[in-house]
Design a binder for this molecule. Structure first.
Ligand SMILES: Nc1ncnc2c1ncn2[C@@H]1O[C@H](COP(=O)(O)OP(=O)(O)OP(=O)(O)O)[C@@H](O)[C@H]1O
Ligand SMILES: Cc1ncc(COP(=O)(O)O)c(N)n1
Length: 264
């Protein structure tokens, strides 16, 4: 019996390789975890933007999850781009059926260039069906605004937003502060009682394609290896900061981060 930790990603394919399934599998691999995937949609995109989005039939998503989990299993799993309400409901059903406890939900909604990766009418399904199954949900500020209807611009707003999202049923909320104004970024973890805050300097770069995906994949990999949540969050944070700092300068737009980064 293998002792290698296993993680599954349920997300969209990014043909450009910097976000989505590709970012997740590269990150799992780099962090020593065996990665599996269920693709929800194929996107045609590069560092300049998303040219096309092609969702897969819901049955194809369900079948990928079932075939992987009934044979290989997963010590932790994450969701990324889910696109529509039917896919969200199908994923939630499989998460419940296979009793996936360590589930990281990255509520991906919009790509950097503005393309919709989640339909507006699917937001309610995400809140009702998937958030209550999440060990951690990892919204950025615009996603947190969308989930709560609140305006979130400051660390104080982030704390209020985290409480509102926790009330939707996620066991922990990891609010990402990449979209805060200013030179300092604060990310915070809320468990329903206390806040754990991590601050770091903003790196001046345009190469931030897939930061959210890469961060949540690193968090999933660390959870799959059995690390406690706070430690897993700290390590994922160090990984993404290092990956942004050493981005490989690929493409003419927002390039990918460095998935070969080490956790310093
Ligand atoms: N310029 C930056 N310098 C340092 N850390 C950053 C920078 N941008 C994002 N991060 C870190 O990357 C992680 C992802 O943050 P962010 O809020 O940007 O997620 P996201 O919005 O989901 O990603 P994306 O903008 O790619 O969709 C966070 O941990 C954040 O602290
Ligand atoms: C298939 C896919 N999934 C997600 C994102 C957003 O990526 P991120 O928010 O990490 O930049 C993306 N551009 N493409």
């Amino acid at each position: 019996m293998s002792t290698v930790a296993k993680a599954m990603t349920i997300a969209g394919s990014d043909s450009g390789g910097g976000a989505g399934i590709q970012a997740d599998l590269k990150t799992f691999h780099q962090l020593g975890v065996y990665g599996t995937s269920a693709i929800t949609a194929v996107t045609a995109q590069n560092t300049l933007g998303v040219a096309g989005v092609y969702p897969l039939p819901t049955e194809a998503v369900t079948q990928q999850i079932r075939e992987v989990l009934r044979d290989i299993g997963a010590d932790a799993a994450k969701t990324g781009m889910l696109f529509d309400a039917a896919i969200i409901r199908a994923v939630a059903e499989e998460v419940r059926a296979f009793r996936l406890e360590k589930l990281v939900v990255d509520p991906v909604m919009v790509a950097k260039g503005g393309a919709k990766l989640l339909l507006d009418e699917a937001i309610e399904a995400l809140k009702t069906h998937l958030l209550p199954l999440a060990e951690v949900v990892t919204p950025n500020l615009p996603e947190a605004e969308c989930l709560t209807g609140m305006t979130i611009r400051t660390p104080a707003d982030m704390r209020e937003g985290a409480k509102a999202i926790h009330a939707l049923g996620a066991r922990h909320v990891l609010m990402k502060g990449g979209h805060l104004d200013g030179d300092e970024i604060v990310d915070m973890l809320y468990d329903g009682q206390a806040f754990y805050e991590m601050a770091h300097s903003r790196i001046q770069t345009r190469h931030t394609h897939g930061t959210g995906c890469t961060f949540s994949a690193a968090l999933t990999a660390e959870l799959a290896k059995g690390r406690p949540l706070v430690e897993a969050v700290e390590r994922a944070n160090r990984f993404i900061v290092q990956a942004i700092a050493t981005a490989p300068q690929i493409g003419g737009g927002h390039g990918p981060t460095n998935h070969w980064a080490a956790i310093e």
